[in-house]
Design a binder for this molecule. Structure first.
Ligand SMILES: C[S@@+](CC[C@H](N)C(=O)[O-])C[C@H]1O[C@@H](n2cnc3c(N)ncnc32)[C@H](O)[C@@H]1O
Length: 216
């Protein structure tokens, strides 16, 4: 992936946004769509499992699941600001020993990332133009669970995304958001040997899915 995506993500998800996200999280907890994915994962036995949170932002998923006994957390994020804030928050909670962080485009870095029991992408595939490549590389890292949150593909979200992209263009930020085809997303995941165990939606914007690897 060229600088277009990662440089854009770094501008879009800068340190001010990261600090605001953390402030909001500390006051109100995770956003609704993240809470839905976290609750679905909490229903599974995740004690001693490892988590790879791709595009983890300030880290609401690991912060919520850590009390369930995760043994290792890896975050790969394209934003320096988000990684700094996530790292500082874990340090404050004396949990740094459980976590490691990689800065950059997950697809480009994927050779350096080992497999994990759980892989999550919360509002991340909508940041990425080549959804097939991002799904394929991230699925190859998931041993048991694969969870994702991405936009519903209806006319309203297309209008919102069109408007967002127009604003980004005016600001000369090369970052773009995308509405990906839910059937393509689902088929790619099931073709990799996963079956859906949870599905939810927020009122207008997001769809939330958790998949589990079928026993071979
Ligand atoms: C909308 S934010 C979501 C953050 C977090 N998952 C949450 O829900 O609070 C998208 C995040 O994905 C990261 N990101 C986007 N594309 C990425 C890529 N190709 N590799 C790694 N991180 C990426 C961005 O830097 C940003 O932190």
């Amino acid at each position: 992936m060229s600088c277009q995506h990662c440089c854009g993500a770094n501008l879009q998800f800068d340190i001010d946004n990261a600090n605001n996200d953390l402030k909001r999280y500390l006051k109100k907890g995770p956003k609704k769509m993240t809470r839905m994915l976290v609750d679905a994962l909490k229903k599974e036995d995740i004690k001693n499992l490892s988590l790879l949170d791709i595009g983890g932002g300030i880290g609401p998923i690991p912060l919520e699941l850590i009390s369930k006994g995760l043994q290792k957390i890896t975050d790969v994020d394209a934003s320096q600001g988000y990684i700094s804030v996530a790292t500082a928050e874990l340090k404050k909670r004396k949990l740094s020993h459980l976590a490691n962080y990689h800065l950059g485009d997950f697809v480009a870095l994927s050779n350096q990332i080992e497999t994990h029991d759980i892989v999550t992408l919360d509002k991340v595939i909508c940041c990425y133009p080549d959804v097939h490549e991002l799904l394929k590389t991230s699925l190859s890292k998931a041993n048991q669970y694969y969870g994702l949150v991405y936009p519903q593909a209806h006319i309203l979200s297309r209008i919102v995304v069109g408007f967002l992209n127009f604003k980004l263009k005016l600001k000369k930020n090369p970052f773009r958001t995308f509405i990906h085809d839910p059937k393509l997303v689902h088929d790619t995941i099931t073709s990799a040997g996963f079956q859906k165990i949870y599905s939810g939606k927020t009122l207008l914007s997001w769809q939330i899915h958790l998949y589990k690897k079928e026993a071979s």
